[in-house]
Write a protein that binds this ligand. Structure first.
Ligand code: SF4
Ligand code: SF4
Length: 290
């Protein structure tokens, strides 16, 4: 479907394509929850325009007790309607307890798909215990191939030898060449409804952080951007839903399928074409367009 859409898009000017997306493709609440959890804020790869701002983040790991408590609450709210739990970051393999997070997810959600999204570069440094634990807990490694000198296929072959599921982020195993980063409007002058509707992340990259659910991974990480550049992107309680205050899973899913006030900081109207992958120089202009 994605390829088909891309073919159509070649013949339709961007502006018309945007209007069509707003009118014909409104976001709807999902029936099953696919949730992302950042177990490490920082990353070892430092990509330009990282949407999680991980290349700007100080080393920081998710507290294991908070994590367990949040997953137990999700179980209470959604039961088996939690379809996917994704451990990511930053680079999740920087967290030395990564297998513990995976085992907790598997214990609480025996039927869910539990996976780690990783840049893969630390895989060949892992000890046997890592592989045995992932195999036991049926964890899938979901690996993005970056254009760097790392033998991804050797990592894949090793994972398979150790009985651990391994998938590339792109079906064809292609290398990521373009970063579709969020272009930031520091003044927050964008129409949040339109920006959300044009965004590929809202309602798709639902993120759980410290007992709150966000429609995307960008909002809960704006604090990293603010800390690094001294900016004042405002994130409030209206941008998320507290899973301890809300007892209604339908209400939570509805909130995920609605724009957040913080969407006004994303300029998806004027900049949607992505940037060539490269290492960051940590300049604000990588994210903020004039
Ligand atoms: S895009 Fe992924 S690999 Fe690159 S810096 Fe961000 S988290 Fe790390
Ligand atoms: S803040 Fe809104 S527009 Fe920006 S990435 Fe998240 S969902 Fe998309």
């Amino acid at each position: 479907m994605g390829r088909f859409k891309n073919k159509i898009k070649v013949y339709i000017p961007d502006r018309i394509w945007q209007v069509m997306r707003i009118i014909f493709n409104p976001k709807k609440p999902k029936k099953k929850l696919r949730v992302e959890i950042h177990v490490a804020d920082h990353c070892n790869l430092n990509c330009r325009g990282c949407d999680n701002f991980s290349c700007l983040a100080k080393p920081n790991y998710l507290d294991l007790n908070d994590y367990r408590k949040d997953l137990e609450r999700l179980r209470e709210l959604f039961g088996d309607d939690v379809e996917w739990i994704t451990m990511m970051g930053g680079e999740p393999l920087l967290n030395k307890d990564i297998t513990v997070y995976c085992s907790i997810a598997r214990e609480i959600f025996p039927k869910a798909l539990v996976r780690i999204i990783t840049n893969g570069t630390l895989l060949l440094k892992q000890e046997n215990a890592f592989w045995e634990s992932l195999k036991k807990d049926r964890i899938l490694l979901f690996v993005t191939k970056y254009p760097i000198s790392f033998d991804y296929d050797a990592a894949k072959a090793y994972a398979e030898k150790m009985g651990v599921g391994f998938e590339y982020a792109f079906e064809s195993g292609d290398v990521l060449k373009t970063m579709y980063m969020t272009p930031i409007d520091l003044e927050g002058r964008q129409n949040p409804k339109i920006s959300y509707q044009l965004c590929g992340k809202g309602n798709k990259c639902i993120t759980l952080k410290h007992g709150k659910m966000y429609t995307c991974e960008t909002i809960p990480n704006f604090f990293t951007f603010n800390n690094f550049f001294g900016t004042d992107i405002k994130v409030t309680d209206d941008d998320c839903i507290d899973i301890y205050e809300c007892d209604d899973p339908k209400k939570i899913m509805k909130k995920m399928a609605s724009y957040a006030p913080a969407c006004r900081y994303c300029d998806n109207i004027h900049y949607s074409s992505g940037i060539e992958w490269g290492l960051t120089e940590k300049k604000i202009t990588e994210w903020v367009k004039k």
